[in-house]
Design a protein around this ligand. Structure first.
Ligand code: DX5
Ligand code: ZN
Length: 217
């Protein structure tokens, strides 16, 4: 599976989102962090901004829903044109139904786990998902320190995915930068979210290339 880089616009300038999307034409995805002040102690972007971004860029949108009621809202992100919609296992009350709705609307369905949430209980759900997202920081904010302690879980998740035929993407999110991405790739991740490491760089497109090269090494 080829390495994919998904720059998080949480670290971009929210007043210039179209330009910030255009600054990373070499990105595979744009990662959109949706937060609601309930599931996480922060508030960011919602549907109207996703709809506007959809028209402003041809890069597919990777929507990460850090919201308390993903069952209610996730399908609308798929309808708004997101290429991928990821819900948190800790928040979803009917994850199977919601993941199926996302897929039925033509988007890839993702399941996210916080650092302290074990992956093993979700093995039976793998048939319902296109991507597993393992948080490598507590969700809510960009610029936090990478949690090395999640790496063994990344390895176990990769093993589980292998047993299920290997088609599921394994994404890591939080503190991913030039110094940590190799360890994530070694552990089996193949989709890398990076906020500060991309938009904090003077040349975001070169930062994407550098991350891709480091993950491929
Ligand atoms: C955190 C978000 C991340 C965040 C990553 O809750 O899910 O996507 O933007 O930011 P960095 O790469 O700066 O840790
Ligand atoms: Zn995210």
């Amino acid at each position: 599976m080829a390495v994919q880089i998904s720059p998080s616009i949480l670290a971009a300038d929210f007043a210039r989102l179209a330009d910030e999307a255009a600054a990373v034409p070499n990105a595979d995805w744009l990662h959109v962090d949706v937060m609601d002040y309930h599931f996480v102690p922060n508030l960011t972007i919602g549907l109207p901004v996703v709809e506007a971004l959809r028209k402003a860029t041809s890069t597919p949108l990777d929507c990460h829903l850090m919201i308390a009621d993903p069952d209610r809202w996730a399908p609308q992100y798929a309808e708004a044109g997101a290429g991928s919609v990821t819900i948190h296992a800790e928040a979803a009350k009917g994850p199977i139904r919601t993941l199926r709705e996302i897929r039925a609307l033509g988007a890839r369905a993702g399941l996210a786990l916080n650092p302290a949430t074990p992956v093993e209980p979700y093995e039976d759900l793998l048939g319902e998902v296109d991507m597993l997202l393992l948080m490598t920081v507590e969700p809510g904010f960009g610029g936090q320190k990478f949690l090395d302690g999640v790496l063994p879980k990344v390895r176990r998740a990769r093993e589980m995915i292998r047993r299920h035929g290997g088609r599921i993407w394994l994404q890591v999110d939080g503190g991913v930068d030039a110094g940590t991405i190799e360890r994530c790739a070694d552990a089996g991740a193949d989709v890398f979210v990076a906020g500060s490491a991309v938009y904090g760089a003077s040349d975001p497109a070169s930062a994407v290339d550098a991350l891709r090269a480091a993950a491929d090494a």
